[in-house]
Write a protein that binds this ligand. Sequence first.
Ligand SMILES: Nc1ncnc2c1ncn2[C@@H]1O[C@H](COP(=O)(O)OP(=O)(O)O)[C@@H](O)[C@H]1O
Ligand SMILES: [Mg+2]
Length: 1056
Amino acid sequence: MEPITPSFNNIKNVGLPDFCFLEHLDENEIMNNISTRFHKDHIYTYIGEQVVSVNPFSKKEHLYSDQTLKSYHNMYMYEVPPHIYSLAQDTYKKLLLTKENQCIIITGESGSGKTEASKILMEYITKASINNKINEKANSATLDRSEIIMKLIMDSNVILEAFGNAKTLKNDNSSRFGKFIEIEFDEKGAPISGKIQQFLLEKSRVHTRAIGERSFHIFYQFLTSKEITSKFQLSDDPSYYRYLKDSMCFNVSNINDGREFKLVGQALQSLGWTQEDLDSMYRILGAVLLIGNLEFCNDQEKANVDAVNVKNPSILKKIAALLDCNEDQLEKSLISRSLTLGVSKRKSSIRVLLNTNQAMETRDALAKVLYDRLFNTIIEKINKAISSDIDRKNIESMIGILDIYGFEVFENNSFEQFIINYSNEKLQQLFINLVLRQDQEEYIKEGVEWKFMDNYFDNTPIIDLIEGQPVGLLKLLEEACLIGQNTPELLIQKMNQFFGKHNHFESYETTNNLSITNQSFTLKHYAGSVTYNLEQFIYKNKDPLYQDLINTMQSSKNNFLLSLFQLDFLKASNQQTGAKKIPTTMASQFKVAINDLIGKLNSCQPHYIRCIKPNDEKRPGHFDYERVKHQIRYLNMLETVRVKKAGYCNRQHYTRFLARYKMIAPATWPFWNGTVKDGAMEIAKVLIPSPIDRQAECQFGKKKIFIKSAKTLFHLEELRSKQMPKVCIIIQRHWRGYQARKWYKSELARLQQEKEEIQKQILRKKSVAKIQNCYLRYRIRTYFKKLQPWAVGPTYCKGKAIPTLWPKKSALEDLIQVIHITWWAKMKVCSLSMEQRALVRQKILALDLFGMGYFKKKEWDCRRKFSADYLSDDSNPKKLQFSEAVQLLFQKGGDKEILFADNVVKINKRGKSQLRTLIITDQHIYKYDSKKYTQKKVGLKIHSIVALSTSNKRDTFLSIHFKAPVRDLFIDLGCDSVEKVSEVSTNLVQQVFKLTGTTIPLLFREPLTFNNSRDSRTSGTDFVISFAHYPKGKEQRQCTFVKGKANTAVIYYPID
Ligand SMILES: Nc1ncnc2c1ncn2[C@@H]1O[C@H](COP(=O)(O)OP(=O)(O)O)[C@@H](O)[C@H]1O
Ligand SMILES: [Mg+2]
């Protein structure tokens, strides 16, 4: 980075970064320094806090890289090399510090780089402010809003350049309007809103311009879009349109119209333009171009008057279609004009026919007004998008950037140049006033030692000549417009009469200069002499817009077009209501606008960028010594440097100074009782301890302190910044103390309240306990009173006994018991596995069948597990044989499950006991040989069982009754002294129900009968069985079947 501290060895190499560092101040030194720097690619140089910029006419990427931009963040100007970034940073810093409005005035000739500088400024401010917001940890909504606002402002640049810039002989991208952009910030320095004001668009460029120049860029841009030209049936060849063809320039080497057009479209869309708005805009642009192609010819039918007709009605028709208005009315308003005669009630209107020249003038007026209104509407829409009513109340301060058209001299200078140069004079005057005159006047007023320098060029006389009262050039021009039939010659005569002897005015009468005709005059501007051709002055100043044209446009059915002419409706109604008149002529309107602007700039802290054009040929790296010297001269550069070098960079009222810096000096902190001036002196002592240096750096005026160099000011700020943490701690201490006291008080009150509440609660509880106690005692008393008659004894109760019976159970209690049992059972069942549940089901059925204890069958064991298969057990030595037999049985098919298998004693038809193996499957009852495990006879079908019977004694016999002729089966199921009657019976009842759906009965009989002798031929005889205990002394553990006479038998069973 370029060192900023002056090293005089550097002058020869890269030049000094600040002109104020020059030891011997003269024009040559300034020229040498600026030229050296320019050739070493240092295009920026300071004059104190101003930046002088020399247009390089070539891209200097490194100057604007992100890295360069970042290196300027939060830096002071004197710490970093001269750049527009440092000026932008300084402006933004001052805005944050002082909360005062700031403005940056960019001046310079046309093509000197003002517009580029404004873009560089905006880029920096955008990035710096957003970066600042991020550091401040702003809420994301504001951050987004700031980014959106800055993006919209940057985007609007593209639109404004397309519609307001054009190629001139001096600059390929010359701004043909002036603009003042205001970026408005909230208190934290976030951009929240914006405003753009435009000054006097050079609308005559739409129809006339010098050869080699172009009209506004947008015309060439939109013709590059085939889609649009074919949509509106327009020719895409610029040379087809007379308005574009006349100046014989269509392309600019370094401008890509097609690409720019796409950017414009995107920017318009980001501002919220709908496709309908865009289409209406293309229609107007197309119409403006076609209007230029309208031609007029004499009307043959009206031989004795000067009247014309439109020569090419097809074009007229196209224009009417594009503008969506009536074709006849449009023609009428182009070739004739309605005039109002008389006043009030005697008012009448006549139609005057126009000659060819007048018709052409009217035609151009229409094109101009359409374009001008379109431009203004675009700015209005931009303003609507970038400003916000909601944020308005949060606006704290603003930065205004003024980029107005630069001083211009052409071969033929017309009204526009006059206005442009007039505005440059005004800005130059502002500069002189703020930088040169006011500074010095203040030093003297304040009694500071100062030698007044007045050898700068003061342009006040030129401004007086132009806008002076009661007579000035503008006034004469306005008068000329009010009087009909006024000519340039008459106007010149008037000018000569008043200003013939004025130093800055020349005309053919006052000079021998032959180039000045009787239709022109020369003004000696601060930047050079310019000869103005008066030919179009009166017309352009009047800027007539014929009412008929306005009426025609107002009859359009296109809403967008109508909105361009809305103000005319308003004006008409204002005229009717007699509202305040707006100045009518262009120059007087401009005078009001520029004076307003100057007023606004005067109320801001100004910053300057002075742009210099190194050559007229736009040649990169070429330094035209004479051309630059001329600019240095008229910009009063030498004088500015002198004043700045000798002067003071900063002045502040003592009160403000003391308030801001009192923490620097122990004497003034925290209270100072003396005068403010003495206070400021105390601060200065700390700032510069050496009295000699202090005298050189600080001057104490009557009301203000003056600080000589920026360095001292920055040192002051640094001292303040160093003290600020201490101040902050004091403020924090007080604030925290205050907060803690506040908290303590509120906490004390809260605790007191809580205590009272607790006491109340305790009391309440005590009361409740007391009431409860009383009530309980009351209940006991009443109970005992009830008992008293019994308790007192027989003597007193007359023989009544104390009640001993419990009160009766209520139905509800029964129900609750049932519910409880049900719930208890459910809980039990739920805890069982599926297998266990099946067993429980069997046990319940067994319980149903056999009852508990002695009720139905004696001695059946409810707790015994029904194991079903007793032969696959390890206790069976022939276990394997048995399982083979079972496999064989299952292979025959039909049977799937063994319900019971065990050895039993079977009683045959002759009453003999036989040991058998009984296998009950899901389908059959099989009798097997209990040794060989072979099947005896066929299996008995379970579904043909009709009943079961047993005794209710302790025997273990069961009779299974089959449907005749199948024989009943009588078996002893207690061979191993374990009772299995209950298991077999339950299984059989369950299985018969499963197979047939009927529940067979289990009968308890004594004597018990069964028939095991019938077959298909004989019905057999019933066996009758009776039951008896073993006789005493002959007891056995198992039962015994003893056959009696005929078909009777006795079964002996063990005693209980
Ligand atoms: N800082 C710069 N760096 C490179 N080129 C520049 C710079 N400033 C200006 N130019 C060139 O000069 C031309 C004219 O600049 P512009 O800002 O339009 O001038 P003005 O607004 O003063 O009429 C630009 O189009 C650009 O080519
Ligand atoms: Mg410009």
